[in-house]
Design a protein around this ligand. Sequence first.
Ligand code: ARG
Length: 473
Amino acid sequence: MTSNTPSAKAWSGRFSEPVTDLVKRFTASVDFDRRMASQDIRGSLAHARMLARQGIIGNQDLADIERGMTQIRDEIERGVFAWSLDDEDVHLNIEKRLTALVGDAGKRLHTGRSRNDQVATDIRLWLRDAIDQIMHLIGDFQRNLLDVADEHAATPMPGFTHLQVAQPVTFGHHLMAYFEMTRRDAERFADARRRVNRLPLGAAALAGTSFPIDRHFVAQELGFEAVCENSLDAVSDRDFAIEFCAASALLMTHLSRLSEELILWMSPRVGFIDLADRFCTGSSIMPQKKNPDVPELVRGKTGRVNGSLVALLTLMKGQPLAYNKDNQEDKEPLFDTADTVIDTLRIFADLMTGIRVKVDAMANALRQGYATATDLADYLVKKGLPFRDAHEAVALAVRGAESRGCDLPDLSLTDLGAIMAPVEGAAERLGEDVFQVLTVAGSLASRDHIGGTAPNQVRQAINRARASLLPTQ
Ligand code: ARG
């Protein structure tokens, strides 16, 4: 095959035989990297404008390139662009079409550039857009979460440790824990974006170029905050993609925990919530079933996002400087991660509006499990009993209530005193006022400090959270 045959590779001049079909398929990336076509065109146009400004190509060349790219963009958008495996990747497919459309100007586009800095630029442009979309969707999710939290700022539910009833909290307070988690996730994406947003173009293959390029102009054209300052690093490292996957893995981990809770809460054994039918599916064999498939899938998809993070870390760890073809394997995990996170956030934003809270079931659950035992101990401590003694006295009270089959506030003052008698100084510290702290409302209201579950604190937390969210566009 000579370089004049129509399917000749851009680099085939040096070779005496073509690659086998299997090698062609094995080394090609066009099937997946064509997703970056619009970024590739944007990058090429910025590069071409710089080349013309610097007098490296003529103004007519630039005009031809711009005209050709307009047509190519249109062909891609209309789905009529003829992608070909023969041209390996998105870059060569577009360049070849450009040359077919505008001739020599198309062949001049690659002056002072390599696919190595080109692809690194395309991924960064693509990822920057994906991050912006994700940040926006986190905001949508958070807004809807805040609405549910607000409605249930004072709705009591058991708080758990070890999945055992621990202390009363409000459902709003519980949900606000997820606001905090996703707030940190948004911070991580914003921080990763700063390092994504740097321009590799100009690094060329690995060492820079002998042409008098203006990298800052290209950076400005493409909205990059800065240029990558070392050419070897610019074409070879994918740490920015790894950071993105790490931030995504953490976000998915948080949404997976929430999913696990929704599944648990929806189990008829717990029955704290019901999920709108649009997020559930039935069973083909058991007619009574309503399964929380959406949260289950989110929990499951967290595995593939974690997998992508490990894939990219592993991809990078053995690579000597500078570019190696290994890096072509960065795209599928990256795309899959962004797709998964975007779909999950979209669906979870909507899911927040489909939660029906069963307030009575939560209240009933609080009546089992002695959720106010700590409040009773704190009460005794405030009356002067050392905490360890108070702990012991309340443990006896719980055992006493358990054997009588009742809750702590159901015990009379006399019973309570008698049960605590073995602990010196406990019984005499009890008064009628003890029943205030034993109620759920009293317990909740007493945790009245920033970060606590008192309903007025939960409302303040929600207000602060709302104020911190960007307005919707
Ligand atoms: N398709 C390649 C990639 O995704 C583009 C860069 C190829 N460069 C090279 N010298 N083979 O990484």
